[in-house]
Design a protein around this ligand. Structure first.
Ligand SMILES: Nc1ncnc2c1ncn2[C@@H]1O[C@H](COP(=O)(O)OP(=O)(O)OP(=O)(O)O)[C@@H](O)[C@H]1O
Length: 350
């Protein structure tokens, strides 16, 4: 699990004049699930397709185990791939779909049937073995696509937005299921998504991509707690991103030399008139500033306040524990700001 297994070494790709992958380096350990996360068009799918051999590189190398894959045909790469659209063969039953790759490789009937039964059990669709894809739900079809990709025992599994076409609830269940299967099989996996919550839930490691580059690479915890740049802070969602002038207005001087800063919504203390929302106690190391509540949103177990403080609009999250007094829209509040919670962001590309 610790040694590097899949190595992307300086991958470059252009389509016409536009650079889609700009010298990408990434090493993935055996059994690891690494997610490529980024906005539409940043090059995630292209990178995955390069690994699969479906897109030719303009530069760089791809090494799997000891083998250089760079010039191998897709069928010789021992990678399995699942796409956003289910792409099952409509004229084949579930078990025939699962067995397809094995059949192409000349596996005997018995071996195919055994493998197919194993996989049907893994995806919990044993009762659907003789059903045609059009009679399955989207989530079931995607489980079959996963089983089909796993049937040939690939060394690497590539998942290209496999959940994007599904309803929210099914998507959440299936992502947990995929992660459990991946862990059980210790399957080295590259997962592509543009959904940060999905990435945070399933990954051992996340690579944030922007414009053909990996701009930050870390565990979900690291990315969530310490975004390095403004792009990452914004993309991970829910951060307050402040310009230097805004940070100065709230925190005073002595905040360092960065050009922009990030502040977690749950790190801001909110003190109302005679009340103490969230239990934050003002202390000497906190700065107290006045604010006006613009609006209050209840997001299930979180209450989100939008507050204007000295012309700076802040998002502040509080646990909705049913006991906290709620500041009202247009109400005056005081904010307790902790300078140690202010993250200094690096310039893009620095
Ligand atoms: N075959 C192709 N020919 C020309 N341009 C392409 C081709 N494939 C991708 N591109 C372009 O390359 C860029 C990156 O595309 P890619 O699909 O890798 O992005 P992505 O991050 O996966 O985005 P999305 O989430 O929208 O799929 C886009 O600008 C896209 O239009």
């Amino acid at each position: 699990m610790n040694k590097s297994y899949l190595e992307l070494q300086g991958i470059r790709k252009k389509f016409g004049d536009s650079t889609v992958l700009n010298d990408v380096y990434l090493s993935i350990r055996e059994g690891e699930l690494v997610t490529l996360l980024g906005p539409s068009g940043c090059g995630k799918s292209t990178l995955l397709r390069c690994i699969a051999g479906l897109t030719e590189l303009d530069g760089g190398r791809i090494v799997l185990g000891q083998q250089d894959l760079t010039n191998l045909a897709p069928r010789n790469r021992e990678v399995g791939m699942v796409f956003q659209s289910y792409a099952l063969f409509p004229n084949l039953t579930v078990s025939e779909n699962i067995e397809y790759g094995l059949k192409m490789r000349g596996a005997g009937k018995k071996e195919r049937a055994n493998r197919s039964e194993e996989l049907l059990a893994l995806i919990d669709l044993e009762d659907k073995r003789d059903v045609y894809p059009q009679n399955l739900s989207g989530g079931q079809q995607q489980r079959v696509a996963l089983a089909r990709a796993l049937a040939v025992q690939p060394k690497v599994l590539l998942l290209d937005e496999p959940l994007s076409a599904l309803d929210a609830k099914i998507r959440k269940n299936l992502r947990t299921e995929i992660r459990e299967i991946q862990k059980r099989l210790q399957m080295t996996t590259v997962f592509v998504t543009h959904d940060q919550e999905e990435a945070l839930t399933v990954s051992d490691r996340i690579c944030i991509m922007n414009k053909g580059n990996i701009v930050q690479d870390g565990t979900p915890e690291q990315l969530y707690s310490t975004p390095r740049t403004e792009f990452v802070a914004r993309f991970m969602g829910s951060y307050n991103v402040l310009t230097r002038a805004e940070a100065n207005r709230l925190f005073g001087d002595g905040i360092g030399t960065a050009e922009s800063f990030a502040l977690r919504p749950e790190s801001v203390g909110l003190l109302g008139e005679g009340m103490n929302v969230g239990g934050d106690v003002p202390s000497a190391d906190k700065r107290i500033v006045e604010g006006t509540v613009d609006s209050v949103n209840i997001l299930g177990n979180v209450i989100r306040y939008f507050v204007d403080a000295s012309g700076v609009r802040l998002t502040i999250d509080r646990l909705n524990d049913g006991r906290s007094p709620t500041a009202q829209a247009n109400g005056k509040v005081r904010l307790a700001l902790d300078p140690s919670q202010l993250l200094r962001l690096e310039k893009e590309g620095a």
